[in-house]
Design a protein around this ligand. Structure first.
Ligand SMILES: Cc1cc2nc3c(=O)[nH]c(=O)nc-3n(C[C@H](O)[C@H](O)[C@H](O)COP(=O)(O)OP(=O)(O)OC[C@H]3O[C@@H](n4cnc5c(N)ncnc54)[C@H](O)[C@@H]3O)c2cc1C
Length: 482
């Protein structure tokens, strides 16, 4: 139990977690289940970004958009229902029903029932081992900073005078935007652009580089083509000059493209240019914790420059900003705090998915990254177009691209296509177990499933070998006597 001195009212738990989002909640729940005393401090909504303003509402919105699109595609299957009618208020209610269904898992009540001392206040270090939150002072054996991130706001002239949306306000809209401009063509920007387009909004994406620029360009282009086919105006390699407000509440963005200045006017503007780690007002300097605007600096075991303090999730400088990464970090930190077993982050086994249609999933190295790292590689591909299930479902756009090193060791896998986000799980296992293409061809995949494309890609690696004379002789021998 947390010990509390009546005189000083100082809480002295084993672990103090700051931030009740994906990472912080995982640490608190697991530590409490081992009977360790935990104080958890959350200044806003329990569940953090993922539950309230991120993964959950965005995937609920995408689910609504999928239903609309399925109705539009239905005539290809001989099913007719006309153009879908979208009730945006109902879409919004659906989003909040989904959040409401998940919220009890992350609630103050559940965590208190687990034995966690939950403090609902803003936390701040006052020195290297003391945090204050509201009228409480906490001196813990270990601290875990899980303060997450916030939307990055670009330096665009006039933007401050315009009513723009971010992920923190987008999911409150109960009326459909006539025309949504999305600044930023990263995963959040493109997911939200496509969902809104399919729910009947006109959508323009403004991107200074190319869409999904951190992904394999070949695979990203397949997504871009689909967004354009959906009717989204995709403007790449542009320079944004200024934002301004129209008298009717509209918003205009002036930009330069191919050396020419032009502008686009819309009813709504979404800013989605990336995330900034939440490092403000935390007293990090007082605690001797090194940080910059990219986030909190940590070693490979996620320890900060203050050996009493770990940092996890979106708050970490240069880290991958996903819920499963925050959860993974939580596990690494718990291993060190609870069991004193050293742990090291391994980024090569972390998958990522952009939940567009088609989905784009990646794990390990892309082709370009593998070449830059000096690997001798082969690329194995298989298109959805040569998969029977994809044909039956009319989901033939996309492919798997496997980057393999010497002796067929899998270095990275990218999949763009229907269900890629589910399929990548197999490759997450394959990379974490250092599997080879031989392992991928050696299991039985049920027919007809789209996952068969990975097996086919792996088999194609071995096909040229069967043309070598000694292998042909061996195969002939095995056929005769095997
Ligand atoms: C639109 C959108 C869609 C996304 N979709 C996905 C997805 O599909 N899949 C995926 O894996 N990831 C997705 N993400 C990313 C995911 O939401 C984050 O990576 C994840 O929430 C990070 O978890 P965290 O614990 O680091 O931070 P958070 O979940 O943000 O939690 C941090 C918490 O700390 C609290 N806090 C901050 N400072 C203090 C303080 N001083 N005192 C007390 N409390 C404090 C905050 O209020 C917050 O609740 C998405 C993000 C967005 C914005």
């Amino acid at each position: 139990m947390t010990s509390k001195s009546a005189a000083s009212a100082v809480l002295k738990p084993d672990i103090c977690v700051i931030g009740g989002g994906s990472g912080g909640l995982t640490v608190a729940a697991a530590a409490a289940s081992f009977g360790v005393s935990v104080v958890l401090i959350e200044k806003g909504k329990m569940g953090g970004d993922c539950l309230n303003y991120g993964c959950v509402p965005s995937k609920a919105l995408i689910a609504a958009a999928k239903h609309a699109e399925a109705i539009r595609e239905a005539p290809h299957f001989g099913v007719f229902a006309g153009e879908p009618e979208i009730d945006f208020a109902r879409v919004n209610a659906h989003i909040h029903e989904v959040i409401g269904a998940i919220a009890p898992n992350d609630s103050v009540e559940r965590f208190r029932a687990l034995g966690v001392n939950v403090i609902q206040a803003e936390a701040r270090f006052t020195d290297a081992r003391t945090v204050v939150a509201g009228d409480q002072t906490i001196r813990a054996r270990r601290f875990v900073l899980a303060t997450g991130s916030k939307p990055r706001v670009p330096d665009i002239s006039g933007l401050a005078d315009v009513d723009y949306l971010t992920n923190e306000t987008l999911f409150s809209l109960t009326t459909r935007p006539e025309h949504l401009i999305v600044i930023g063509g990263g995963p959040i920007g493109v997911e939200m652009a496509q969902a809104h387009r399919r729910l009947g909004c006109a959508v323009t994406i403004l991107e200074m580089g190319t869409l999904l620029s951190k992904e394999d360009p070949e695979l990203a282009r397949i997504v871009t083509r689909r967004l354009e086919a959906d009717g989204i105006a995709v403007l790449e390699n542009i320079e944004i000059l200024r934002a301004s407000k129209g008298g009717d509440g509209s918003v205009s963005i002036a930009y330069r493209i191919d050396g020419e200045e032009t502008s686009v006017t819309a009813s709504h503007l979404l800013v989605a240019v990336g995330r900034a780690a939440q490092v403000d007002n935390l007293g990090l300097k007082e605690a001797g914790i090194t940080f910059d605007q990219r986030g909190i600096k940590v070693g490979s075991g996620l320890k900060t420059s203050n050996s009493r303090v770990f940092a996890i999730g979106d708050a970490v400088a240069g880290g991958l900003q996903f819920t499963h990464v925050a959860n993974y970090h939580a596990g690494l930190v718990l291993q060190q705090i609870l069991f004193r077993v050293p742990a090291k982050e391994n980024r090569s086994v972390i998958p990522r998915v952009t939940f567009t249609d088609p989905e784009l999933a990646q794990i390990g190295l892309t082709e370009e990254e593998a070449r830059k790292a000096g690997h001798t590689i082969t690329i194995q591909r298989w298109p959805y177009a040569q998969n029977d299930r994809a044909e039956a479902e009319r989901r033939t756009g996309g492919e798997i691209k496997i980057v393999a090193g010497k002796r067929g060791v899998i270095l990275g896998v990218g999949i763009v296509g229907h269900g890629a986000g589910e399929m990548i799980n197999l490759y997450a296992l394959a990379l974490s177990k250092k599997m080879t293409l031989n392992d991928l061809r050696g299991f039985i995949a049920p027919y007809p499933t789209m996952s068969e494309i990975g097996k086919r890609a792996a088999i194609s690696y071995y096909a040229p070998m069967t043309r070598k004379p000694f292998v042909r002789k061996l195969l002939a021998f095995l056929r005769r006597f095997g």
